[in-house]
Design a protein around this ligand. Structure first.
Ligand SMILES: C[S@@+](CC[C@H](N)C(=O)[O-])C[C@H]1O[C@@H](n2cnc3c(N)ncnc32)[C@H](O)[C@@H]1O
Length: 365
């Protein structure tokens, strides 16, 4: 479990096509500065500090009802769809670009013929150990680092990152569509907290739907990208607080101050660091993080959504944790997987389901 997650730009065997593990997502888009040995000691202490500040609460009352397994499936949306998959790779459409990326879950053979896979705009190679687009191959024209995309009414940049990602995790569309609907139907401005918010697409979707959003991420670079996305869609006036901080520290402070949220989205990596070296280890800190999230849910909360890309166990691990955490709150906990359905070249021809992650969601009813 303590296995170190790969950092953006770091070269490992798993960086090559066909070796993708399910937990390989950026925990920090910004390249971390190397720390001297003494500083590392301090960092290790920081890893335990949240638990010292606030022990886990003993939750009593009935556990919420349950709905399992729930498979939340996307057949694309807006400018995105999954075209085909196979041979440890996936072929995706992001706006004008057809892109190949490694996909360890695609154990089967592609449905579409090789000439379709050959005529792509970009393919992640992972074979050059450098930042930016250096790890991508552009078989047609050399492409810029970013390009505009549109999803769920929101504009943002696709981006060839050194970590094989493209600035958006499209399987999250199902969570964002659910959240958009809740915000639009609430009849009051909901307060949304987006923890580990990355490039901010979820924050923009929520704000565009009418929510007051607080977006927290430890990476200055990711916050910068999120702000660029906001500017692209001319959404600067929407109420979004962009906060560059350690997620755990932020929620602990919100709890002390009595600030609450109607919807919390949390998508923690397996391992990450806060801006001041605070250490995030999913398996050590998840129970406390969820417990604090419970503590800052408003009395009229609409949902608490946890996505876990890095858990090797079944969805029951986070499902049972969510039910324990939400004891006495009523409602229902539904858990399962996020999958993306292949859509073929036209995006409308359902093919195979590609599994991406586990999730668990508490809702009041
Ligand atoms: C996998 S991304 C989340 C993706 C996002 N939910 C989405 O769908 O667009 C993980 C993010 O967590 C951030 N992160 C890592 N450690 C953190 C910490 N201790 N506190 C806050 N954010 C952190 C990283 O900078 C990164 O942007």
């Amino acid at each position: 479990m303590k296995q170190k997650e790969r950092r953006p730009g770091a070269k490992t065997p798993s960086g090559s096509p066909g070796h993708r593990r399910n937990d390989e997502r950026p925990n920090r888009p910004a390249k971390p500065a190397a720390k001297p040995a003494a500083a590392r000691e301090t960092v290790r202490e920081a890893a335990t500090s949240p638990a010292i500040e606030r022990p886990l609460q003993t939750r009593t009352g009935d556990r919420p009802a349950e709905r399992v397994p729930v498979i939340l499936e996307s057949l694309g949306a807006g400018d995105f769809h999954l075209i085909d998959s196979g041979n440890g790779q996936k072929l995706e459409q992001y706006g004008p670009y057809r892109i190949i990326r490694p996909e360890g879950q695609a154990l089967w053979q592609p449905s579409l013929p090789p000439h379709v896979w050959e005529k792509v705009d970009a393919a992640f190679t992972g074979d050059v150990d450098e930042e930016g687009t250096g790890r991508w191959r552009f078989p047609k024209d050399a492409l810029g680092e970013t390009w505009p995309l549109h999803l769920l009414g929101v504009d943002f940049f696709g981006r060839f990152t050194s970590f094989r990602h493209v600035g958006v995790f499209p399987e999250q569309i199902v969570h964002w569509a659910w959240m958009k609907e809740q915000v639009e139907q609430a009849g009051r401005p909901l307060k949304v907290l987006n923890l580990f918010g990355y490039t901010g697409v979820a924050s923009l979707v929520a704000a565009a739907a009418g929510a007051e959003v607080t977006h927290v991420d430890a990476s200055k670079k990711a916050i910068g990208w999120a702000r660029e996305n906001q500017a692209l869609g001319r959404m600067e006036k929407l109420p979004i607080r962009w906060i560059c901080e350690d997620a755990m520290k932020f929620i602990l402070r919100e709890e002390r101050r009595g600030n609450t949220y109607d919807i919390i989205l949390t998508d923690p990596p397996k391992f990450g660091r806060g801006p001041n070296g605070e250490v995030w280890h999913l398996f050590e800190h998840l129970p406390l993080m969820l417990d604090i999230c419970r503590g800052i849910l408003s009395p009229k909360a609409v949902g608490l959504v946890l996505t876990a890309y890095s858990i090797r166990a079944s969805f029951y691990s986070i499902h049972e944790l969510m039910r324990e955490t939400m004891r006495g709150a009523g409602g229902v906990v539904e858990s399962g997987e996020l999958v993306i359905r292949e859509g073929g070249l036209d995006g409308k021809t359902p093919g195979r389901a590609l599994s991406t992650s586990l999730f668990s969601r508490w809702v009041p009813k």
